[in-house]
Structure formats: structure tokens, C-alpha cells
Design a protein around this ligand. Structure first.
Ligand code: AMP
Ligand code: MG
Length: 362
């Protein structure tokens, strides 16, 4: 398959591919997504194939505005509308109850061609999107081209991050092409992603509401509207064998470059010193560090993450830094890690997972 690179003025082409069951790389403010018609089970299945994604890891459904929620979700709590008013369009995914099909629709599916019911399932969103759960992740992205594509396609767009499963998420069209060339129909180049890490996921189907994944909306901002929100354990530690996180995706090794990563926590000067003390060979070790310390490691491959306290910049540059380490072919990566306030929580989470929770305290 020849993967076309589309310009921002080819929104209609991207929408037409999605409508007809194809796969398109879509720009969002968080990371590039791999989009398909979320109501077409066969199209959605091909997302899993292109990424090599485990089938039990559900996808997020992208919509152009909050009014679409009522078509696909039921028992929508008042808090969902408040969150949508404050944070949409933006990097927030809400887990909501998925709407059941009406008895008439179910009957029609049963009497339809063989397998209709197994393909579509008993809910409005096909089971392949939700991994058979009775909940669905909903998001309205801030990137206007992304919303334009969805609106032009006229269907909710199921989209995970556009990387090969396990690899760092793509924050540029080129990074997505590096992973997906020849496997998908097209990528629309909407420029570099402004947030750089995935959306914050909040589960509103449980009491109290739960933060399943930190991301583009910091926890501190959510506390305003959800004062009793709890942190899912999978955000901060590795899941034990057999333990089931509420976001199935959180159990997998993720965001990882090919080389093993050691994450170094602690005050910035201390972590920078720790790395300096432990570096052994510039021919195969690389360093991801805060800008202030970039000159401490002459001869080594260094990727600057951003200023030591600028966690927004760190989030924006993190996946690009991990990919750059892969391109250079280093065999071990040392990474400085911020504290977990503000956007720091998302940066710590992605670095921890990229390292398989190989974390040392300086
Ligand atoms: P990605 O699109 O690659 O960022 O992955 C989507 C993330 O959302 C994964 O971690 C999924 O496990 C999570 N997710 C999607 N739908 C649900 C759901 N209904 N309940 C819990 N987590 C979900
Ligand atoms: Mg992903």
C-alpha cells in the first residue's frame, strides 16, 4: 500500500478515506492518531493490525463537539457536561457508559447477514472499539484540522496513537510515517503536536471518579471540578502479574525506545550529577536531560527535554527525544525526570513506562 502524505488543504480527502473504511493518520494537539470510522468494525480491526495492538486494549472515540455524546453514551453524569464545557475541545478523554442498541436494532442485526451481531455487538459502538467493555472513551480534540476531518466524515473517529504498539507515540507526521509507511492509506500533516503527550483519561462511570492516565490536562486543573477524583494505581506503579488496571492499555510496556532506559529522579542538580557519575562510554550511551545540564555531557548524544521546571516543554519534547535516541542507535538511555506536579505527572508516567519502571533515586 502506498501511504499518501496529505496537506492541510486535503481535509476532504482524509474524510473520504475514513468514510470508505480506510485508515488515516490524523493530527491532534496531543499526538498523531491512527483514525478509522468508529462505527465500522472492519475498519477498526485494521487499526489493530497496522499497529500490532493487543485486541483487549480499547480505542478512544473522537467527536467534533460535545453534542455528539448523547448519540453514543447513556447515563451521562452532570460532571461530564461541566468537564466538556471547561476542557473541550482539548486533551481530556472521558470514560462514559456506552449506549445499548434498541430491541428493534438488535432484532435487525440478528436477522441480518451472518455474523452481523458478532461484528457489531449489542451496543451502538462496535465491540472492537471498546474491547467489549460497556464503557467508551470519548474525546473532542483541540486541533481544528482533526475536528474538521471528523465533521466532514460525519462519523465518530476511533483513534489510538499512531505509533507501532509499544513504541514512543508520534508527535510529527514524519514520525508517524516512520512507523506506518505502507500500512495505512494516508497521513494528514497538521504540523508538530503542541501538547506532545496523550490525553488525560478520567473514568466517570465509577464513584469517586478516577484518573486512569495523566496527560494534557493536569490533575490540579481537574480537582477544581472533580474534588474527590482518585489516582488509579496503574498511573504510578507497575501492575503486578494478573492485576487488572481500569484502562486496559496501562498494563502494557509502552512509549519505549529500542534501547533500555534508566530514569533518574530527584532534584535536577542531583539527578544530573548521578548521571554524570554513572556514564561509562559515549559510543553507546545517550542522555535525555534538562536544558540547563546539556553541556555537562560532552561527547555523549544529548537530547534536551526543556528547562528543569518547564514541564509543558518537557511533555512536548519527550517522545521526540526517545525517538532521536533510537535513530542514533544508542544502547542505553539515561533520562532526567521532573517531579510529579502539573504536567510533570504525565512526563513521569511516560518515562516510567518507557523504562519498564526502571527508576533510580539520585
Ligand atoms: P491510546 O489511544 O494509544 O492513547 O490508548 C487509549 C487508552 O485509553 C488505552 O490506555 C486504553 O486502555 C484507554 N481506554 C480506552 N477506552 C477505555 C475504556 N472504555 N475504559 C478504560 N480505558 C479505556
Ligand atoms: Mg498509544
Amino acid at each position: 500500500m502506498n501511504t499518501q502524505l496529505l496537506n492541510p488543504n486535503e481535509i476532504e480527502t482524509a474524510a473520504a478515506i475514513i468514510k470508505s473504511g480506510g485508515l488515516v493518520g490524523i493530527p491532534t494537539e496531543t499526538v498523531y492518531g491512527l483514525g478509522a470510522n468508529g462505527l465500522n468494525p472492519l475498519a477498526v480491526r485494521s487499526i489493530f493490525q497496522a499497529k500490532g495492538r493487543p485486541q483487549d486494549n480499547p480505542l478512544i472515540l473522537h467527536i467534533p463537539d460535545a453534542s455528539w455524546l448523547e448519540t453514543y453514551c447513556e447515563d451521562i453524569p452532570e460532571s461530564a457536561w461541566r468537564l466538556a464545557r471547561r476542557f473541550w475541545p482539548g486533551p481530556l478523554t472521558m470514560i462514559l457508559r456506552c449506549k445499548e442498541r434498541s430491541p428493534e436494532e438488535l432484532e435487525a442485526l440478528k436477522n441480518g447477514p451472518v455474523c452481523s451481531l458478532t461484528h457489531f455487538g449489542s451496543r451502538i459502538i462496535p465491540d472492537v472499539v471498546t474491547a467489549g467493555l460497556d464503557t467508551v472513551g470519548m474525546r473532542c480534540p483541540a486541533h481544528s484540522m482533526c475536528r474538521d476531518i471528523i465533521a466532514a466524515a460525519g462519523v465518530p473517529v476511533a483513534a489510538p496513537s499512531g505509533n507501532t504498539s509499544g513504541r514512543p507515540s508520534p508527535t510529527t507526521a514524519q514520525h508517524m510515517l516512520d512507523d506506518m509507511d505502507g500500512k495505512i492509506d494516508a497521513i494528514l500533516d497538521g504540523g508538530d503536536c503542541q501538547v506532545g503527550v496523550e490525553s488525560t483519561i478520567v473514568d466517570l462511570t465509577c464513584r469517586p471518579p478516577r484518573l486512569l492516565r495523566p496527560g494534557g490536562i493536569p490533575l490540579e486543573e481537574l480537582l477544581d471540578l472533580l474534588p474527590d477524583i482518585e489516582l488509579d494505581p496503574a498511573v504510578v506503579r507497575q501492575m503486578a502479574e494478573g492485576e487488572k488496571p481500569r484502562a486496559p492499555g496501562m498494563k502494557y510496556r509502552h512509549y519505549a525506545p529500542r534501547a533500555p532506559v534508566t530514569v533518574v529522579k530527584g532534584p535536577p542538580v542531583r539527578s544530573a550529577e548521578y548521571i554524570l557519575d554513572h556514564l561509562t562510554d559515549s559510543s553507546w550511551e545517550g542522555v535525555i536531560c534538562f536544558n540547563e545540564f546539556a553541556h555537562w555531557y560532552p561527547g555523549y548524544l544529548v537530547e534536551q527535554l526543556g528547562g528543569a521546571v518547564d514541564t509543558w516543554e518537557q511533555a512536548r519534547r519527550l517522545f521526540r527525544a526517545l525517538r532521536a535516541m533510537d535513530e542514533a542507535g544508542v544502547k542505553h538511555i539515561w533520562a532526567q525526570c521532573p517531579d510529579d506536579t502539573g504536567m510533570g505527572l504525565a512526563v513521569v508516567n511516560r518515562l516510567s513506562k518507557a523504562s519498564g519502571f526502571h527508576i533510580v533515586d539520585a
